[in-house]
Design a protein around this ligand. Sequence first.
Ligand code: URP
Ligand code: ZN
Ligand code: ZN
Length: 460
Amino acid sequence: MSVLIKNGRVVTADSDAIADIFIEGETISAIGKNLNVKADKEIDAKGMLVFPGGIDPHVHLEMPFMGTFSSDTYETGTRAALYGGTTTVIDFVLQTQGHSLKEALTDWQSRATGNAVGDYSFHMAVTDFNNDTKAEIKQMVEDEGITSFKTFMAYKGALMVDDRQMVGLMQEVKKQGGMVTAHATNGDMIDFLVAKHRSEGKMAPLYHYLSQPEVTEAEASNRFAQMAQYTGCPAYIVHLTCEGALNAVRDAGKRNYRVLAETCIQYLLLDASLYEKDFEGAKWVMSPPLRQKKDQTSLWGGINQGTLQVVATDHCPFMWEQKLMGKDDFSKIPNGHPAIENRIELLYSEGVAKGKISLNKFVEVASTNAAKIFGMFPRKGTIMVGSDADIVIFDPKAKHQLSAKTHHMNVDYSGYEGWEVEGKVKTVLLRGKTVIDNGECKVGKGNGQFIKRNKVSNII
Ligand code: URP
Ligand code: ZN
Ligand code: ZN
């Protein structure tokens, strides 16, 4: 099957031109002006933006967490991602303390295989680093194509690793050609503040926010960066939210050590005033919490300076009934919010259309950099001869409203209910196949493939 996408404005991280794209099978075989080729199918993209399929390297699908499971399955989550122009996601396999990495991987594969609608890959979250785990790192990198290893410096008593484990893991991961990533907040300080607030009877969602002040993230980000520099391990901070943490990443750069970092769409657009809405604030209970308006300004600056390379979602949806688990105690509210479907349209509308970032920067942080950092480039993350034909055809003028009534995520509220958005995903191709067209999904579960990734580096 061949497809010709004609007359679109083709935008990559470093180019922008009116061109045609010729696709044969799953890959792009020619790009140029007025291509003289015969195709089985033609798509007229005049007036449209044409850019590489989005990559969201931070999602949690059907994740066992805080006594429940995140509500999007591999089927519903990856389908919602496609509706929103994201063709590849990277989820986190969570090792259970006392068990092997391989056991956790088998568990995640049982939920993903045959169910994903869009392409996906895995990070491995190491929650118990010991001699047995150490011996599995090479196997993950060489055999499974899992080259990034996530750590939690918080969630004490559940997922958190201490610094001894962190340094040991970094040494081994560096040796095997991988990268260590971190949820960088100070778990002990947070644990203390949560207990303090609860003992004072302060149980509302607002106290989730007040239990994780900026200093908890700034301190842990700095500590993580220092350990990365000491070990020489490529390092990446997930869901960075605030000025203090951004400064820690910048300081590493001043010492000529590069720590890569992502923020998430919610930290760019939403702020902590949402926690003042009594229990409704539970919709935005996530870790780290939303911050201040001044932090939003810093994060946009970090993107434009290249200190932040990726805008992800940390998509971790819970039904309202699940959020109610914490109605009398903020520490029992499952942490996370839905955004997998909204990321690209929000980033375009609030970023590009409002003049905060350029179109090339948009492509870079929504797709290209994640592919480069996590070992998928140039197969994914760009429009280039030989790349997978993962392509979004986007109407920059179409205005619409976000709502739980119309979204495709398996969650009964939206973090962005009623938001007016400029620009809409019209058609999406995944490996040459049209998967979304004018609001309809054309493929079913099993369409998504697991993407094995190459070794990684922090030089991008
Ligand atoms: O609140 C969040 N972020 N939930 C998902 C788990 C994590 O920390 O990424
Ligand atoms: Zn996290
Ligand atoms: Zn997460």
